[in-house]
Write a protein that binds this ligand. Structure first.
Ligand SMILES: C[S@@+](CC[C@H](N)C(=O)[O-])C[C@H]1O[C@@H](n2cnc3c(N)ncnc32)[C@H](O)[C@@H]1O
Length: 201
């Protein structure tokens, strides 16, 4: 626990993106309850949320995607030194491209029992179909930052112009989830930046 806090503090001091505290707790609770074997993560950063998931599900293997070379190196080193080296694969790639490629291979259909979507928010909508293909029946996709600073489906009067695209695309993503025939159920958790829990049919 102290190590986790220290890791978080160090990352925050360096301005590295890292899951917020309540969302962290929700992620760990869900993964502990589900005990997934095959986890896919979009947005590794330096491996913090990945290590939380591997700690919470002892038999799991994690495939995690990050496009920043520097973060990938650091994440690999972090997984290794935390003893997760053989359970974590960090892929240096654009997530949209990589996820589409994975989904094109029939062998990967339904491969993952848990997906943590925490990458580029404006691309969630583009990745949705592929992610649904990759999730097994009854599997879960947990999505962070869906309410994006309260602007998604919220008051936009004070919203900086630079957030316009991200917010619009996240609203499209939520609309798509709400009406998607492959989705059994979804819950929007109004904590921090908004967490969406999707159960796939
Ligand atoms: C919010 S951070 C992930 C935090 C991490 N899940 C954690 O809690 O420890 C999002 C990450 O997605 C990465 N990212 C952004 N666009 C990407 C893309 N197109 N492909 C892959 N990774 C991307 C960023 O470099 C960043 O490290």
């Amino acid at each position: 626990m102290d190590e986790e806090k220290e890791f978080r503090n160090r990352a925050e001091r360096r301005g590295l993106p890292i899951i917020r505290e309540e969302s962290h707790k929700m992620l760990v609770d869900i993964v502990s309850r589900l005990q997934p074997r095959n986890i896919l993560e979009i947005g590794t950063a330096v491996g913090y949320s990945g290590m939380l998931m591997l700690e919470a599900s002892k038999e799991a293997h994690l495939l995690t995607i990050e496009h920043d070379d520097y973060k990938v190196k650091e994440a690999r080193a972090n997984f290794e030194s935390a003893g997760f080296g053989d359970r974590a694969t960090v892929v240096l790639e654009d997530c949209d491209y990589y996820v589409s490629m994975l989904a094109l291979d029939d062998e990967n259909a339904g491969k993952f029992d848990f997906i943590f979507l925490d990458g580029p928010k404006a691309q969630y909508i583009k990745m949705l179909e592929s992610l649904l293909i990759l999730t097994k029946h009854g599997g879960t996709i947990l999505v962070d930052n869906v309410l994006f600073r309260g602007f998604v489906r919220g008051d936009k009067s004070e919203m900086p112009r630079r957030y316009k695209t991200i917010v619009k695309r996240l609203e499209m993503f939520l609309d798509a989830v709400e009406h998607h025939p492959a989705i059994e159920k979804y819950t929007l958790h109004n904590i921090e930046d908004g967490m969406l829990e999707i159960i796939v049919k």
